[in-house]
Design a protein around this ligand. Structure first.
Ligand code: GLN
Length: 500
């Protein structure tokens, strides 16, 4: 993935083909991004998708106009037959291909030397191709799940037209990555990394362990806001099951004392937890470094492990330059400048070419247990951002217990792997209830469960009523201080997945 403004002359390798993606601009806007025209002379196949199609047209006569009607949603594409055959791009695809459209602009006419290879009712130029060169453009989006056969179309392009080999396998990736880590770190170099018990940091840590054994040092910081028994469990899995060299630092008092008094400012909570995490981690790193210096078998710590995934990389190559705020997950990274530059630590990012589902696949390949591999994401600040308002030990304990019941019931009902993220949050308000014939005035738990593939948008999970009732009854019965349970019905957007 490269920014669309990439200069071809500055690229050290020759691509097998080029895909121009969609984008929010209109090609004729004055500040719209344009590709280096040299790609059209490169001689390799090109596929333009939506904006990419419009870009191809713009470079071949500029005939792109604002459509009178925007087109968002499903459309049926008919591949055109020339001499009885559909174009290679549509090979083995249905005659009525269900696709997703999302555009406002359209081609006003065919660019010179192009012909139509597909149409829809609304789009006379749903697919076009150059008469002599392997240049293709499509108005619809094959890359989204709403285009069920989109992957086949992309395969037709990448394999059938570009001649790319399909030889990337997870097993090969593991071997290659381990070899790369060994070469990078050297015979004696050591690596430091934070782990949270989440999928990404665990998989990255296991890979490091496979590559350099105990010269990888994992640190788990207990911030006092983790789930019930989580710290012990993570410790057990990482050390006993996965053999990782792990240090656990119990800093819960430091975090919980510091959180006192922060009540109406979620960002202040996140910032306090983030910076305290870094302080604790840095102090521990210094100790490990000191010990490493005296080791006869190993040299100094040279690298810091970061669980960066490919979506973070994509975010950082926007054509406007790296986005201002790339998320720094402080549970797996985000070290202060003073450590990275001052101590000369370099980043090592073994997951930077993978998506979340591939990280899970890699985890399986490395023998990480199913439950851990399929674990829902858990935010770095943990329960602190699920206790709305002021975070105290008591409030964390209530939220933790309710969350435990909710997740336990989800697992018992066999729903855990169908849900992307689920948790209980504690609301900072009280409601009246009646328990044992006595009036009570107690707090409210809000349950949230969502389904999503990319966490950018999410839908609520549709439990059946009996399930929700069972969870509600258990929480009110078993968790002191709670007399009501609610279910959060807000999708993302407009809600976020977490409450704070
Ligand atoms: N912004 C362009 C349009 O509205 C392209 C949209 C896209 O690439 N999805 O037509």
């Amino acid at each position: 993935m490269l920014p669309c403004t990439q200069k071809l002359a500055e690229l050290s390798w020759k691509p097998k083909g080029v895909i121009l993606s969609g984008g929010p601009y209109s090609v004729y806007e004055t500040d719209a991004p344009h590709v280096d025209a040299a790609i059209f002379e490169l001689g390799v196949p090109i596929l333009g998708i939506c904006y990419g199609l419009q870009e191809i047209a713009w470079h071949h006569g500029k005939n792109v106009v604002a459509g009178t009607e925007r087109e968002y949603g499903h459309a049926d594409v008919q591949a055109k037959r020339h001499n009885g055959h559909v174009d290679k791009l549509f090979k083995d695809l249905e005659d009525d291909l269900r696709v997703w459209m999302s555009h406002g602009d359209k081609l006003g006419a065919l660019p010179a030397s192009f012909h139509t290879i597909a149409t829809t009712k609304n789009s006379p130029y749903a697919g076009i191709a150059h008469e002599t060169k392997p240049i293709y453009g499509i108005q619809f989006h094959p890359e989204v799940t709403h285009t069920p056969r989109g992957v086949k179309l992309l395969e037709n392009f990448a394999v059938g037209i570009c001649g790319a080999r399909q030889d990337w396998t997870m097993a090969k990736f593991v071997d290659k990555e381990i070899a790369r880590i060994r070469a990078l770190v050297g015979d004696k170099g050591q690596v430091l990394g934070a782990v949270s018990g989440g999928v990404d940091s665990t998989v990255a840590a296991k890979l490091m362990h496979e590559a350099i054994g105990d010269r990888f040092h994992a640190v788990l910081v207990d911030n006092g806001c983790m789930r019930l028994n989580e710290c012990e469990q993570v410790k057990k899995t990482l050390t006993e099951h996965l053999g990782i060299n792990l240090t656990v630092v119990d800093a819960s008092d430091l975090f919980l004392d510091g959180l006192k008094g922060i009540s109406d400012n979620p960002e202040a909570k996140r910032k306090f937890i983030g910076s305290t995490f870094i302080d604790v981690f840095e102090a521990e790193a210094l100790k490990i470094e000191e010990a490493a210096k005296n080791s006869p078998k190993a040299g100094p710590i040279k690298f810091f492990l970061q669980g960066t995934l490919y979506p973070d990389v994509i975010e950082s190559i926007s054509f406007k330059g790296p986005s201002a705020t790339i998320k720094t997950h402080h549970n797996v990274g985000g070290l202060p400048e003073r450590m990275m530059n001052g101590q000369g630590l370099k980043l090592i990012e073994p997951l930077r070419e993978l998506f979340k589902d591939e990280v899970r696949e890699l985890g399986r390949q490395l023998g990480i247990p199913h439950d851990l591999v399929m674990r829902h994401p858990f935010p770095g600040p943990g329960i602190a951002i699920r206790v709305l308002g002021e975070v105290t030990r008591e409030q964390v304990a209530i939220a933790r217990k309710a969350d435990h019941i909710f997740i336990e019931e989800i697992r018992a009902a066999g729903l855990y792997d169908q849900i992307s993220q689920a948790f209980a949050a504690l609301l900072p308000v009280k409601a009246v209830g009646v328990m044992g014939d006595k009036r009570v005035h107690q707090q409210v738990i809000s349950l949230r469960a969502v389904q999503t593939t990319d966490f950018m948008t999410a839908n609520i999970f549709r439990f059946d009523w009996e399930f929700l009732e069972r969870v509600s009854t258990r929480i009110v019965n078993e968790v002191d201080g709670v007399c009501r349970v609610e279910y959060d019905l807000t999708s993302k957007p407009p809600g976020t997945i977490e409450m704070e």
